[in-house]
Structures are given as C-alpha cells and as structure tokens.
Design a protein around this ligand. Sequence first.
Ligand code: FMN
Length: 165
Amino acid sequence: MRNNQPVTNREQLFPEGEFLISKTDLTGTITYANRAFCRIAGYSEGELIGQPHNIVRHPDMPEAAFAELWHDVQNGQEWHGLVKNRCKNGDHYWVKATIMAELDAQGSILGYISVRRSPASAGMSSEECATALAELVANVVPASRPDGEAVDLVSEIPSETDQGL
Ligand SMILES: Cc1cc2nc3c(=O)[nH]c(=O)nc-3n(C[C@H](O)[C@H](O)[C@H](O)COP(=O)(O)O)c2cc1C
C-alpha cells in the first residue's frame, strides 16, 4: 500500500463542467491522462504516463476501496465510488469515479479507463464527501462485521442511485 506524503488538508476544487479521465494498462500503469486531470493533480502528462495509478493515492483512502475496485473491473463490472485523491503538492480533491474495463472486439480486457466527475454535480458538498469517507473508514476497514459476515465495501458510500441521480 502506497503512502504518499505529505498531505496539507487543503482542498482543490474540481474544475466545473470538466471530466478527469485516465486510462491504464492491465497492471494499473497510467497510459493516458487528460489535461483536466493533469492540471488538478499538479503533474505534467509526462510525469503521469508510465507511473502506477497509486501515484495520486491519498493516504486517507482505505485499502478496501481499491480491493473492491480491482475485483469489479477485472470481472467486467463497472465500479463507482467516491475517491479522495492527492495532488502532487499534498493538497486533495474529491471525485465521483466510474472505472471500467476497455475491451477489444473479442471481449478481452485491453486495459482500464476512469472517468471522474465532480461530487458537486452529484449533489455532494465537500463536507458530505468527508463524512462519507469517515463513515466508510469507520465501518468498513475491518473488512468483516463482528459476526464475521463480509462487508460490501464501497457500495456503503452514497451512490448516484441513492441520490436519485
Ligand atoms: C483506470 C484506473 C483508475 C484509477 N484511478 C485511481 C485514482 O484516481 N486514485 C487512486 O488512488 N487510485 C486509483 N486507481 C487504483 C490504483 O491502481 C491503486 O489500486 C490504488 O491507488 C491503491 O494503490 P496501493 O494499494 O498500491 O496503495 C485506479 C485504477 C484504475 C485501473
């Protein structure tokens, strides 16, 4: 688990009306990053391409969220979730991410693609994002309930469906 430091606790606001897009190969190495993503992350395109996607990981994000993400996309399902990402200078920004596999004509997975939009566009304030993440960390990180039942991880974060979007 990568622990990117330092963090400043300062938020960068998601650019209004834009989408942050990146693509990876099968191993999660970045192969494409759009300009909006580079800009808010604080990296040049050249600094991101060829790097593992955990370069933007924020240490507040629970490991369990990413385990679910990888499980879903490797099994051909889309993953939706709230993500707190770290900028190069330690600031952070919130995104509502959709991650899915990119398939060839035969249906084999070529790599993965992520499209991120602003939580505000889904009706969530930064405070609500922080609360949702804190609840996720408090409730889910043990990865199982006291009764031993496995937890459905990130779906406990309010989803677009929950918010009627
Ligand atoms: C297409 C795609 C996009 C991803 N986007 C992010 C992202 O924006 N932020 C992030 O922390 N991890 C993202 N990940 C997950 C990372 O690959 C990685 O699993 C995560 O950062 C945790 O890494 P670690 O366990 O090595 O610390 C993405 C993965 C894929 C396949």
